[in-house]
Design a binder for this molecule. Sequence first.
Ligand SMILES: Cc1cc2nc3c(=O)[nH]c(=O)nc-3n(C[C@H](O)[C@H](O)[C@H](O)COP(=O)(O)OP(=O)(O)OC[C@H]3O[C@@H](n4cnc5c(N)ncnc54)[C@H](O)[C@@H]3O)c2cc1C
Ligand SMILES: NC(=O)c1ccc[n+]([C@@H]2O[C@H](COP(=O)([O-])OP(=O)(O)OC[C@H]3O[C@@H](n4cnc5c(N)ncnc54)[C@H](O)[C@@H]3O)[C@@H](O)[C@H]2O)c1
Length: 567
Amino acid sequence: MQSTLSLSFSPSSSAAAVSRSNTTRFSLNTSTPLNLRFCGLRPQALAFNASGNHRSSQLPSRPRSQAISAALSANGSPPKSFDYDLLIIGAGVGGHGAALHAVEKGLKTAIVEGDVVGGTCVNRGCVPSKALLAVAGRMRELQNDHHLKSLGLQVSAAGYDRQGVADHAINLASKIRNNLTNSMKALGVDILTGFGKILGPQKVQIGSSDKIVTAKDIIIATGSVPFVPKGIEVDGKTVITSDHALKLEFVPDWIAIVGSGYIGLEFSDVYTALGSEVTFVEALDQLMPGFDPEIGKLAQRVLINPRNIDYHTGVFASKITPARDGKPVTIELIDAKTKEPKDTLEVDAALIATGRAPFTQGLGLENIDVVTQRGFVPVDERMRVIDSNGKLVPHLFCIGDANGKMMLAHAASAQGISVVEQVTGRDHVLNHLSVPAACFTHPEISMVGLTEPQAREKGEKEGFEVSVAKTSFKANTKALAENEGEGLAKLIYRPDNGEILGVHIFGLHAADLIHEASNAIALGTRIQDIKLAVHAHPTLSEVLDELFKSAKVKAHASIPVSEPVAV
Ligand SMILES: Cc1cc2nc3c(=O)[nH]c(=O)nc-3n(C[C@H](O)[C@H](O)[C@H](O)COP(=O)(O)OP(=O)(O)OC[C@H]3O[C@@H](n4cnc5c(N)ncnc54)[C@H](O)[C@@H]3O)c2cc1C
Ligand SMILES: NC(=O)c1ccc[n+]([C@@H]2O[C@H](COP(=O)([O-])OP(=O)(O)OC[C@H]3O[C@@H](n4cnc5c(N)ncnc54)[C@H](O)[C@@H]3O)[C@@H](O)[C@H]2O)c1
């Protein structure tokens, strides 16, 4: 096994540095402690210092090296036999995906959860947000007279019951949480309740009790919490994070959304559908800075400009004070570059959507000599944890939001499956460039692989040509039948060999359509091959069919010809 590695770690050191939209970007104003919350999981306040490491060390009065050797001498010797083959710390989607695959592979598996099964995605993320977005989509349709008339429909004024909408999100989360729990129980995964703390190699303490569990391999899957920049006071009522917003306790007349990434954009869709005015505050010079620029422009034309949304770009929200004593929420804006004061906003509420911070405090990483990087656990491309000397920690892996490679539910799960493949004897490296992402606005945005600027930069560095092909939803029969012709699909590829570098879609059901492209990238399928695949007519999938067919690949790689099958 390789012992010294260079770090493969994507989070940029500044929020102003844009990489991919769904790679971690968090470190704005980290010079003073951040105020992080974790939904009541742990009583003590969380605080990170400037480097993101935890301020309140477990062993604060001793030098670190001394503390580590003390811990190792007490707990450091690896156990000779194990309670489990695999122990997973954190029962979010990452942990759940790993657990299910582990059982399938015949591993005796346990999962430790300090709060509720399902983690962020199920309880405070993907699931409740998509329930709210489903309502938003219907409200939009019912309020769009022009659209309805063109279909020959007549509907009287649309309305909603706030608590009914909130209940839909709560009920869905509870249903999926039960499904997840039952699926693990049914397969024989032991669910251990308590906060997991690594005591030494292959050894984890569960909760504050004396319960210590040993396992041959351990996966850290402890996820993330909302990141709140300094100067912003979250009261959970008028200044909120997504944790609060998903409960939909009120629908403000006017809400400022700080950050125009995934969370900001999806909530702007929900709030405007429910009648709020939205003001975006974005640190970078354009909205939705993580998307492919062309898709971002189209999204701005369709999702921002015609809606009750205005915005301030190139500014930080440097101070936000909740509404109190009859005064509204106040937001002080400073220029992102010069730091000069720019403006003060007074609004009914503010949603802080400025990224997520890893949840790794109190995990006992110091006991195995692992130093986090702004809270993220350093891992190599196989999710193997790297210690402070650059060496792999045997039998220890970290997946999902806690490693910061790609903060998406399915990425967490895919990383978990990849780890299980490795510990059961099959080498596996997940190609993150094949992992799709989607923003569930109306219409949706989806993407896989590189943006056009990223592809051009790579092409320049590595000396290959980059080409772009595009198709419009306006030419698609199914989209037109739905009266939803506003949309674009964009393919970024190598004309010399037909390699797909990236695909970006804006339009109806873009989140479902992206998988043909992501699977093609994962399987190494070239354009000259996929353009021969057949799509049912009339379907939205023909948008991608057209896209691949319109690409101009110069060198024709051999096209596999399958034997004709007698029917
Ligand atoms: C509003 C919102 C919407 C989102 N929408 C989407 C979406 O549509 N699609 C998508 O792909 N992603 C979405 N995401 C991102 C997605 O939720 C995360 O990427 C995903 O949940 C990460 O999974 P995870 O398993 O790494 O961590 P988590 O889901 O955060 O789970 C970690 C679990 O570990 C537990 N834990 C932590 N420390 C310990 C410990 N020491 N001992 C025991 N248990 C511990 C926690 O209680 C938690 O249950 C969204 C996120 C948010 C906030
Ligand atoms: N549909 C999905 O897959 C989905 C949905 C929601 C969340 N998520 C995941 O959750 C994570 C967090 O989402 P997010 O939207 O919070 O983060 P993000 O990184 O997508 O966007 C944060 C935005 O906030 C801006 N920003 C940061 N600090 C600021 C400040 N002080 N003032 C003004 N602007 C500031 C950044 O420039 C950036 O544009 C993402 O990594 C995403 O992958 C995914």
